[in-house]
Design a protein. Structure first.
Length: 558
């Protein structure tokens, strides 16, 4: 990324982006254009149009461009990755280059020097550029690595210890090192959240979880299972000799000088070898900002109002992988100001947040959630975040903290916001403590977003729409969409959006809690108070064309 880009300076001058925001987030994005687009709230096409007006450069639509037409001698993977530009076509001594930032003159000079050609720049949508670069390098770079590129992938390493091997061992392991690094890079490029390495009796498979769904991506020879797991365990600082017990580790993979990605690694002995699951911990997900998470305006206001309170408890609930951590980190980022002392107890600490005191739970050292909370309360805290309330002791200390002038944030594993209250009561927390300390409960799920380029209208009978839960008013002016699939997406979906049930503890709900009411009563009063449940929030996302009805049925109860 060119932080001195005239395009970036122009947007700062125009007041579209704050210079402090740029300084804070510059390491989180692959290109200047992506940084500008995400921080200013515009999409790639709108940014390209503004580049045309500001710098008088031609625009080129990459959607139908065939990367196979690019001459192989122009495919300079290192330059393409480093500068985020794409060679298009050569005409005589002139080379046409696609760039999302038409002012990155240093990049163009490097390409001119490397190719010996004069470069002509056209501006493109940065998202289209991402897709075409991925297609090009997947088609050419993954199968035909040059010596320099082979060395680059082999050197792509972690902060773990270096292996002491003989020259013969190095020659044997080099393809494994390159293969693992290539898989990790592919997972990052495809936006995967998890990688699964799975040995079976007659095959070995590698799967990526993309937008919440697992996809088989590779099937290396079964004979490599031991060497693949050994390489990953070395990178994760795990015991290679221990194959009978589960192990947990981390990998810090340096992508560029400024950007690195963390992986949380878990091994599990199975019948045919060690299964390894790697969770990608990309800190940019914690810097998204509340506006892009999918909250409806009234839900966002409730969350922001709760964050502004000097005390009380905010609970985020949902199954594993529903985005609870991102919701909590987004709130912590909003609160993260020099005048506040913020401490978190997490198991594990997934993403490092500068300015926040993060504590890793370690039961072996008697560092439990409850003990961490007790220590926090002696450290003059303003905001406390507890990774999860798992037992009565942690719940009671959290509630006492919320009642004594601290803002407490935490998670629970329940299916809905009303069930969270009854879960605390069933743990043994007194009803008056629940009613008086909890400010807000957020239940959430993650649904796949429809690809905006290929989604197609879907027609359903009014009777079916009514059965699904749409109101008569919605049905009269409803247009639903279904996935189709194109080069820019995965099975018609691209990215995910949050679906939320945000419930404020009103006096009416507090009265139900005090008299021992159940979750059904609380849910009924919550709906009457205007707090949409997960199903209604999901149907609104489908009605807005953000996702499909089939996806809403997959992630919410029907």
């Amino acid at each position: 990324m060119n932080i001195n880009s005239p395009l970036l300076r122009k947007f700062i001058t125009l007041g579209r982006i704050d210079a402090e925001t740029v300084k804070l987030k510059q390491r989180e994005f692959a290109s200047t254009a992506e940084l500008i687009a995400k921080c200013s709230g515009i999409n790639g096409h709108e940014l390209a149009e503004q580049c045309i007006d500001l710098f008088r450069v031609p625009y080129f639509d990459l959607r139908d461009f065939n990367v196979d037409l690019i001459p192989q001698e122009l495919v300079k993977e290192k330059l393409i990755r480093q500068h985020h530009i794409l060679p298009l076509v050569k005409k005589g001594r002139k080379l046409y280059i696609a760039a999302s930032d038409p002012t990155d003159y240093g990049a163009f000079e490097n390409f001119e020097f490397s190719t010996g050609l004069s470069c002509e720049v056209v501006v493109v949508d940065y998202q289209q550029l991402d897709n075409k670069i991925e297609q090009l390098l997947d088609a050419s770079g993954s199968l035909h690595l040059s010596d320099d590129e082979f060395k680059e992938f082999a050197d792509l390493d972690t902060d773990g210890p270096k292996e002491q091997t003989s020259n013969d061992d190095e020659k044997d392991d080099a393809p494994i090192i390159v293969y693992i690094n290539k898989i990790l890079m592919d997972a990052i490029k495809k936006g995967a959240s998890d990688l699964h390495f799975e040995p079976y009796e007659h095959k070995y498979r590698v799967r990526f979880r993309i937008d919440g769904i697992l996809h088989e991506m590779a099937s290396p020879p079964n004979s490599l299972a031991t060497r693949l797991s050994a390489r990953i365990k070395v990178m994760s600082r795990l015991d290679i000799a221990e194959k009978r017990k589960p192990q947990d580790g981390r990998i810090k993979l340096k992508i560029t000088e400024r950007k690195s990605i963390d992986f949380r690694v878990s091994t599990l002995p199975t019948l045919w070898g060690e299964k390894i699951v790697m969770r990608i911990l990309d800190s940019s997900s914690a810097m998204l900002g509340i506006d892009v998470l999918g909250y409806e305006p009234e839900q966002k206001k409730l969350y922001m109002d709760a964050l502004e309170q000097p005390q009380g408890m905010i609970l985020v609930t949902g199954p594993t992988g529903s985005g609870k951590t991102v919701s909590l980190y987004t709130g912590l980022n909003i609160l993260n100001q020099p005048e506040r002392n913020i401490s978190t107890a997490e198991d594990p600490v997934e993403i490092n947040l500068e300015g926040i005191n993060q504590v890793q739970i370690n039961p072996k050292a008697d560092m439990t959630f409850a003990n961490a909370l007790k220590a926090f309360l002696r450290q003059d805290p303003d905001v406390v975040m507890v990774g999860e309330i798992r037992d009565l002791e942690t719940a009671e200390i959290s509630i006492k903290a919320a009642q004594t002038g601290h803002l407490v944030m935490s998670t629970l594993h329940t299916n809905s916001a009303p069930e969270t209250l009854t879960r605390l009561l069933n743990m043994g927390v007194p009803a008056y403590n629940v009613a008086s300390s909890i400010t807000l409960i957020i239940a959430q799920r993650l649904a796949r977003r429809l690809c905006p380029k290929c989604k197609t209208p879907e027609t359903l009978p009014p009777e079916e729409l009514k059965r699904q839960g749409f109101s008569e008013l919605q049905i009269s002016e409803l247009t639903l969409f279904a996935p189709k699939g194109c080069d820019s997406c995965t099975e018609g979906y691209k990215g995910r959006v949050g679906i939320y049930e945000v419930m404020q503890i009103t006096p009416e709900i507090a009265q139900i809690i005090m008299r021992g009411g159940n979750s059904l009563e609380i849910a009924e009063v919550s709906l009457k108070s205007g707090f949409n449940n997960l199903r209604l929030s999901g149907l609104k996302k489908a009605a807005d064309g953000v996702t499909s009805l089939a996806e809403i049925n997959r992630v919410t109860s029907f």
